[in-house]
Design a protein around this ligand. Structure first.
Ligand SMILES: Cc1cc2nc3c(=O)[nH]c(=O)nc-3n(C[C@H](O)[C@H](O)[C@H](O)COP(=O)(O)OP(=O)(O)OC[C@H]3O[C@@H](n4cnc5c(N)ncnc54)[C@H](O)[C@@H]3O)c2cc1C
Length: 479
């Protein structure tokens, strides 16, 4: 009897373009697919609420895909180190394969697993698979990590992005299946209240759905991506982020399919494809930053921000979370987030800027809310982008560049279509006033059934005043 190989699934919940799984399947040894819900390792950040919803459906989908190949997903809960080594012992596995992780503590946990398995006589093999290029493969001219995106991207463009692998043609089953938890028993789905209705309407989860999203993007949106990606009312972006975040599709797959689709026209890469590849590389850059700064979600990269005079104002934080700030584009974004678990990138930037610069609330509070409510919540991209917006990140927007939420709304949602979609209480206002309802004449407001302070709030702060306050706070830490 050939001893089995365990493939430990982590944020690589797919069969295609999965080098660790492909290597396990080569040679015909039985493969035991395993997922461990690790809510026991001290210091490990638990997946947020929306992420748990996604994870439930993604695991179910993966199990279905495996069963169609005569295999199945074994579920275990507890400290990953214990669960993996115990399963290896139970099944007499000769090897454990997994895709490396980049979250804080992952590298240390992987090293300890290697030691433990080594002591059991089990081969432990770690594979790359979640990024376009590994952090160690790109170094600045001084030999250290990159802190700025553009040179990082230039270095990445100089490297060969490996072609994606097909799914294994066969996954041999073990003689006997080890015991598995029941997914329903893990309680990943919300019960009371069940807030997941909007997520269900909006998303199809799993590897097949990810491939469908990519196909749909290539067909319908790639050609106009460069022009439309900043228009929150348009379906102008790929919406692949939760699929990428849970590893239902690999970034190399996206990179190559977009490149091929764009080059099929014969004229080389289109502007849309160039812009998309660059965005995909921002995901890598965020992981690059996290790899070298495991505390990215907690501590500012720029040390002077440690003494920034953030305010403690719970009612203001709650108004922001619930989409009741009185600034329509911010509120529309926060309501889109609550309903669908996703928010358009442009609006993420505006809403995040409003929290840290207009309300002067700590970026970590915003990062934590996004962590809990985004289906694509990602330890690298979330933290890096919050630091970027707050001005305290490695390659951050300068602090003095403060978005005016009204002008941003008018620029990127000129017809007010996005705002009206998410704030039906403002739907009756004309486009020219929908981003500034407080300026609408009383008769126009009455006609649109808008009663400020009742159906929609007055602005929580005056932007011009808040801007000056933010700049003064910044001046204080600089001196
Ligand atoms: C404050 C803030 C928090 C964010 N938190 C997250 C997060 O937790 N998880 C997450 O995946 N993205 C995050 N982003 C980045 C970005 O908003 C989303 O990746 C994007 O909106 C996803 O939509 P899409 O798949 O349609 O993107 P597309 O425009 O189709 O881009 C394709 C892919 O490129 C990657 N990408 C695009 N922009 C960025 C970016 N700025 N940083 C990193 N990767 C990027 C994503 O994987 C995305 O799926 C955040 C941005 C901000 C401003």
């Amino acid at each position: 009897m050939i001893a089995p190989i365990i493939h430990w699934f982590r944020r690589d919940l797919r069969l295609a373009d999965n080098p660790a799984l492909a290597a396990a399947a080569t040679g015909g040894a039985p493969v035991i697919p395993l997922y461990v819900l690790d809510d026991a390792t001290p210091g490990r950040r638990a997946v947020g609420g929306a992420g748990r919803w996604w994870l439930h459906h993604s695991l179910r989908s993966l199990d279905g895909d495996l069963r169609r190949q005569g295999s199945a997903l074994v579920l275990r809960r507890g400290r990953a180190l214990d669960a993996v080594s115990r399963l290896a012992e139970e099944t007499g596995a000769r090897a454990v394969h997994f895709t490396r992780g980049y979250a804080p503590g992952d590298a240390e946990a992987e090293r300890r697993l290697g030691d433990t398995l080594g002591a059991q006589g089990v081969d432990c093999r770690r594979f790359a698979g979640s990024l376009l290029v590994e952090p160690e493969a790109v170094r600045s001219r001084s030999g250290g990590p990159f802190r700025v995106f553009t040179p990082f991207y230039k270095a990445c463009r100089g490297l060969r992005i490996e072609a994606p692998l097909p799914p294994p043609s066969r996954l041999a089953a073990p003689m006997a299946w080890p015991a598995s938890d029941r997914l329903e028993g893990w309680g990943l789905l919300p019960s009371k209240p069940n807030w997941s209705g909007g997520l269900r309407e909006c998303w199809k989860v799993g590897e097949e759905a990810a491939q469908w999203r990519l196909d749909a993007f290539l067909d319908a949106a790639l050609a106009r991506y460069a022009a439309n990606r900043d228009r929150p009312a348009a379906a102008g972006t790929s919406r692949l982020s939760p699929h990428l975040s849970f590893g239902e599709i690999g970034p190399r797959d996206c990179w190559h399919r977009v490149t091929l689709a764009a080059e099929a026209g014969g004229g080389g890469l289109t502007a849309g494809a160039e812009t998309f590849l660059r965005e995909l590389a921002w995901r890598d850059f965020s992981h690059h930053l996290l790899h070298y700064r495991p505390d990215l979600a907690e501590a500012p990269v720029r040390p002077e921000f440690a003494s920034f005079p953030w305010r403690d104002d719970r009612p203001a934080l709650a108004a922001w979370q619930r989409g009741l700030t009185g600034y329509p584009v911010v509120d529309a974004g926060m309501r889109e987030l609550w309903r669908t678990g996703w928010m358009h990138n442009r609006v993420r930037m505006i809403a995040a800027s409003f929290l840290v610069k207009d309300l002067l609330l700590p970026w970590q509070a915003g990062e934590a809310w996004f962590w809990d409510t985004l289906v694509d919540a990602d330890p690298a991209s979330n933290a890096a982008n919050w630091q970027w917006v707050a001005g305290c990140g490695a390659d951050a927007a300068p602090y003095f560049r403060i978005f005016n939420p009204t002008l941003q709304g008018e620029k990127f949602d000129p017809e007010g279509e996005y705002v009206k979609r998410w704030l039906p209480e403002l739907a009756g206002l004309p486009a020219g006033l929908v981003h500034r309802p407080w300026e609408a004449p009383a008769a126009v407001r009455a006609e649109a059934s808008v009663r400020l302070g009742e159906t929609y709030p007055y602005p929580l702060v005056d932007h011009a005043w808040a801007r000056r306050r933010a700049l003064e706070a910044m001046a204080r830490i600089r001196h």
